[in-house]
Design a protein around this ligand. Sequence first.
Ligand SMILES: [Zn+2]
Ligand SMILES: [Zn+2]
Length: 384
Amino acid sequence: MAVERDYYEVLSIERAANGDEVKRAYRRMAMKWHPDRNPGDPKAEVEFKACAEAYEVLSDPERKQLYDTHGHAGLRQRPGHDFSRMRPDDIFSIFNDIFGGSGGGSSHGRRGPVRGYDLETSVEIELLDVLNGKDVEVAFTRRDVCGSCEGSGAKSGTKPIKCPTCGGGGQVAQQGLGGMFRMVTTCPNCRGRGQVITEFCPECRGHGRVPKKRKLNVKIPAGISDGQVIRVSGEGEPPPPEADPAGKGPRGDLHVVISVTEHEAFERVEDDLVTAHDVSFPLATLGGMTTIETLDGLRKIEIPKGTQHGAVITIEGSGLPHLRSPKVRGNLRVGMCIRVPNKITPEQRELLEQFAKTQTNPDEEIRPAGKGVWKKIKDSIAGS
Ligand SMILES: [Zn+2]
Ligand SMILES: [Zn+2]
């Protein structure tokens, strides 16, 4: 399973923190970990992005409640931005208002159409789906262009007007204390957009974007691993409304993170599967046929005579398909667990005692099992 961090821990806040505390904590942490302030420290960028992800969830009451109730699983149908593949500048623009609008200028300097942001969602599948591949329906909600105002944020019949405070430039000059110096800051009235809306669109309350539900079929290929990402291009957000109100430019992508649930019988080691199988003491001693479980179903295999506890039988081609060439499959490694009867009848006892008497050198028959079956199985894979 991919590692999922606790959002409250990431922002170092209490679970009871209110909206303002969440915002303050995010601002503090984002400043602390901003890559510009931590040059050459790869951990900083990872932390910076983790903080953005945590803030995006905890600052949205609906998503926060899903997270508080169901943890990360609760957010599966409500994808957020995929910050891991985003530039720090873009993260600043998303949370523009928190950082005093300092990131908003980036849209002016861009050339060509601005692309929408990527979204990330996750899908849980089973090991059997890794064998066969699976078509899954991914249902999610994304911020989309508001149909009522076509993204402008203005009530129908009205249009945004040039900002009277800054005259449309998006910046204002302020006189410092006693007129000693001049500062140029982002216009507080229009937050740098240069336009203001006189009457908000009732549908999106002026944002130009509304949450819309979307369903998609996503093909998960056989051989996929836990934590791998499937990119569905053009299914992310439309370009941000500051840069492209009508959202006509290219959309971002949807990243579907695959989470494979653990199987109770099989453990995965790359394309191989590892399992354990119980064998009775007489069968292990005398050899014979037994039925084992494989991911494809039950199968008969031969146990060689004198099989020891911890011995591994390899069944070629019964592992998982290789992602790039699914016709090639890994192997199934079956570790033998020799079971000793814990209840015997008087007759069996007599037979065993007779057997014991016939052994010339009992110690020779018994070898130490080593450090457990699993270690032996894993070593056998490492050595092959
Ligand atoms: Zn609208
Ligand atoms: Zn303005």
